[in-house]
Design a protein around this ligand. Structure first.
Ligand SMILES: C[S@@+](CC[C@H](N)C(=O)[O-])C[C@H]1O[C@@H](n2cnc3c(N)ncnc32)[C@H](O)[C@@H]1O
Length: 508
């Protein structure tokens, strides 16, 4: 019999799953949740109400295990995103072996390990490091899905799981077993797997100051923001100062935690736990809203560098803007509810909104010196200095901003502009890449990378970046357009993207 599940039941089911497993499901997934719930009701022969009451009231690990099999995505394979494994083998592991030389103890965690490919890839690299047998080395893989944990423990893998595994590594660590491949027994014994729910406060798993290296990849993206933040806080506490954290390619700690330094090597990103003495600075709220800017012309993009284009666009706009307008202060308060720090940034933002860049900059520069620790002030100041072409000061301001908010995507984007102007193309590319890693939805660094690639004659890279910029520009937040658009409107930047794309054979 097909059980009746109401919209209210689904909402409650979604809330319990978020609470117990930490997984977030959007409204678009309601039909999927309804199917899962019906199947579970059939198994237990319960009414929705009784089932949800029990789920809510008790820690039912058996039911959570069954639900996790229905609700989680367990896609994984050996050496997935190999750049991260190279950074592990060449940076993180040697560094931690050095740091732990006196204790001779190394702890590695694969959190959300699925069927174990990640933990075993790490084990292979640990074996290659030739660690003295007197060391106490442990690799732990944990996952909430019991079926995945028992699969990991069996150590039997399909051809598909080995799709990124080099032939010599295959030969060394696997033996054919029917249509599958059996992992070497000694390697299998070097990893422990446990069924654990990362969303539970589990004192044994989260013992402080334990792990040297944590792989927590492609799990955060399925969590609710609140749960993601809680789990990252737990991981941070359970890590040793100076330990390394690897997230999935599409995952970032921006806005989640500032307990880590961002590291960028081997064409990949990862994080390093700050030392205890490095105080975590709470992030201040981001700028909330600005109205869309007035249209600007595109001719300036013929300029030598993007920053020259921005400067001339701003100068042109200011000339146009000198016609009389009602004063900003006269309209203050009528346009929006502001985030109010202890100093008044509203007028500067209002002036920016009116494209009166010089006055906005003057306003910011007259703020009290203690405002120089406020990330909002520093970002606004850096953007305005960049627009005015005061690039040495802009760069200095960006670096001060990174001192208080190391994961500021905006600071990295502005630094990319400054570096380009200083003829440091690799530096510019690097800062754009960091900005994109920190905020994958940020259009401007893609546009800048596209323009840099086009100037360097790399049509393929230019197309890829410009296509992405075009996509993102259409949904870019208008306050960010104003702050980073360099005096160009969204429409102008979209038109620029299309022209540049057409110039390198892309689809506009
Ligand atoms: C996409 S896989 C990632 C596997 C591997 N880390 C990788 O990147 O290849 C996500 C895994 O996270 C696990 N997971 C999801 N929620 C979890 C939770 N609350 N506690 C533990 N594991 C969880 C899922 O069961 C699944 O096996």
């Amino acid at each position: 019999m097909r059980r009746l599940v109401s919209a209210a039941d689904i909402d409650r089911f979604r809330a319990v799953i978020a609470h117990r497993l930490g997984l977030g499901f959007e409204d678009a997934k309601s039909a999927f949740l309804a199917d899962v719930m019906r199947r579970r009701l059939d198994v237990g022969g319960q009414t929705p109400e009784a089932y949800l009451d029990r789920l809510d009231a008790e820690h039912r690990d058996d039911e959570m295990g069954a639900l996790s099999q229905e609700l989680t995505v367990s896609e994984t394979y050996f050496f997935r995103h190999n750049d991260q494994y190279r950074a592990f083998a060449e940076i993180a592991l040697p560094d931690r072996l050095g740091a732990q030389a006196a204790a001779k103890r190394l702890r590695i965690l694969s959190a959300g390990c699925a069927s174990g490919e990640e933990a075993f890839s790490l084990a292979m690299l640990v074996r290659d490091a030739g660690i003295d047998p007197s060391w106490d080395v442990a690799i732990l893989g944990v996952d909430v899905n019991p079926a995945m944990v028992s699969k990991a423990t069996r150590g039997l893998f399909s051809e598909w799981a080995l799709r990124e595994t080099p032939a010599d590594v295959r030969r060394r660590w696997f033996k054919p077993a029917g249509r599958d491949f059996a992992l070497d027994d000694t390697l299998r014994a070097s990893v422990t797997f446990e069924e654990r729910n990362l969303s539970r406060d589990d004192p044994r798993l989260w013992q402080p100051d334990t792990y040297d290296i944590v792989f927590f990849r492609n799990v955060l993206m399925y969590f609710t923001p609140e749960n993601g933040q809680t789990v990252i806080t737990r991981i941070g506490r359970a890590m040793k100062a100076g330990g390394y954290l690897f997230l999935g390619h599409a995952e970032t700690l921006r806005g989640v935690s500032d307990d880590f330094h961002l590291r960028h090597t081997h064409d990949t990103f990862y994080y390093q736990r700050k030392q205890g003495a490095e105080r975590a600075t709470p992030l201040l709220p981001a700028i909330t809203s600005f109205a869309a800017p007035a249209p600007a012309v595109i001719a300036a993009v013929e300029a030598d560098t993007w920053i020259d284009a921005i400067r001339s666009a701003c100068e042109r706009i200011e000339t146009l803007a000198r016609s009389p307008r009602p004063s900003a202060s006269a309209r203050q308060g009528s346009t929006r509810v502001a985030v109010m720090p202890t100093w008044d940034l509203d007028l500067a933002r209002e002036l920016l909104r009116e494209e009166r860049f010089a006055e906005a900059l003057d306003r910011i520069e007259r703020l009290p010196p203690e405002s120089g620790q406020d990330p909002d002030v520093l970002l606004l100041l850096a953007a305005l200095l960049t627009q005015r072409g005061r690039l040495v000061e802009a760069e200095d301001t960006c670096r001060r901003l990174l001192d208080v908010d190391e994961l500021s995507a905006g600071a990295h984007y502005l630094l990319a502009l400054c570096r380009e102007h200083a003829r440091d193309r690799p530096g510019a590319v690097n800062h754009d890449q960091v900005a994109i890693h920190l905020d994958p939805g940020f259009a401007m660094p893609h546009l800048h990378l596209g323009l840099l690639a086009r100037r360097a004659g790399d049509r393929g890279a230019a197309r890829k970046e410009l296509e992405q910029a075009l996509l993102l520009l259409q949904r870019e937040d208008s306050s960010r357009m104003l702050l980073f658009g360099g005096g160009f409107s969204r429409n102008t930047l979209v038109a620029l993207c299309r022209t540049e794309l057409a110039g390198c054979g892309g689809q506009a």
